[in-house]
Design a protein around this ligand. Structure first.
Ligand SMILES: Nc1ncnc2c1ncn2[C@@H]1O[C@H](COP(=O)(O)OP(=O)(O)O)[C@@H](O)[C@H]1O
Ligand SMILES: [Mg+2]
Length: 312
């Protein structure tokens, strides 16, 4: 196969934790050709999508894990699959990337489906399953948010709709003299909606990341926050621990999987705290290296094998 990864520059890649890198390494080791390009390397000639790509060679080298060869222009209809793996933000460039990738519909497999990427906001997607989420309010209105905090027992979490990696996640406590200031900062003085959620004290025991491929779980990981931090994200200093799926996780998967499939969200990461679905990561879900290490299993191979099976 020939696979193209549309992603961030290789300089941003950590060889021992990055999921895109693990997928690229696995694809190359299986003998597939792997190319890399940035979103800005995509170009349409009339209706035909091309990219200026560079062949990538991977190694577990801390300095230079992805070596890129000389670039060439290719018609993406001649590529077997495109993996869109750029990190958020979901900005206008990201939107245009998904719209340009529409030209491949029916011709080249795109993971995830560009329509699904456009439709699914990582925070708001969970609102399709209100019964699986903790009580949640999405609002820009200060008094409404303050009332919600009171309603859910005086403690909540507020997070930016376009946040990732734990950025901007803050605890709200009724009576805290900073309550108003935090709400105003998150909503930019009432100009932007934010997500406010009942505080789940279970977050201390960990935020479970469940990687889902074509509606099926392929591995899970528990991220335990530092004792003095609200965010469990590995990027914020959370630590990775092995995790099994329990009854709550299976119930969540059962309800979410059909919708994911319908939306072409082939490879996603669900975040589950205390048995509640808090987030559905679709843009560049991560955790595959940690899960592979903890479970002594090559989870990346399952993704590459799935692509191969899908194409044949
Ligand atoms: N309702 C909640 N109760 C307690 N902690 C939460 C809650 N929602 C999020 N968190 C904490 O914030 C972290 C990041 O939240 P999440 O919604 O997954 O956004 P992102 O990972 O995109 O920043 C979680 O890993 C968890 O530690
Ligand atoms: Mg998360």
């Amino acid at each position: 196969m020939r696979l193209l990864f549309v992603m961030d520059p290789p300089a941003a890649i950590k060889f021992d934790s990055d999921t895109s890198f693990a997928l690229m390494l696995e694809a190359e080791s299986q003998g597939h050709r792997v190319d890399h390009c940035l979103p800005s390397d995509l170009f349409l000639v009339g209706g035909v999508l091309h990219a200026h790509v560079r062949r990538a060679h991977m190694s577990r080298d801390p300095i230079d894990p992805i070596a890129l060869a000389q670039g060439e222009d290719v018609n993406l209809e001649s590529i077997d699959a495109v993996l869109v793996r750029t990190d958020p933000p979901f900005d206008s460039s990201y939107l245009w990337t998904t719209l340009m990738l529409e030209r491949l519909r029916g011709k080249t497999l795109v993971v995830n489906d560009p329509r699904g990427l456009r439709e699914a906001n990582e925070k708001l997607y969970a609102c399709h399953f209100p019964e699986l989420m903790p009580e949640t309010l999405v609002s820009a209105h200060r008094e409404r948010i303050k009332n919600f905090v009171k309603q859910v027992g005086g403690r909540a979490v507020i997070k930016p709709i376009d946040g990732a990696g734990g950025e901007g996640v803050m605890a709200l406590t009724q009576g805290d003299p900073n309550l108003r200031a935090i709400i105003d900062a998150e909503t930019r003085n009432g100009q932007r909606v934010a997500m406010v959620q009942r505080f789940l004290p279970e977050y201390e025991r960990g935020d479970k990341r469940i990687l889902v491929l074509d509606g099926e779980p392929i591995g899970a990981l528990l991220r335990v926050p530092k004792s003095d931090d609200i965010a469990s994200n590995l990027r914020m200093g959370g630590t990775a621990h092995p995790a099994e799926l329990d009854g709550d996780d299976r119930r969540i998967l059962e309800q979410v999987a059909p919708r994911l499939k319908q939306d072409g969200l082939h490879f996603v990461g669900l975040d589950v705290i205390g048995g509640f679905l808090t987030e559905v990561n679709v843009t560049s879900p991560t955790g595959i290296q940690q899960i592979s290490r903890l479970n002594r299993e090559n989870v990346s191979a399952r993704v590459i094998d799935w692509i191969k099976a899908k194409l044949s």
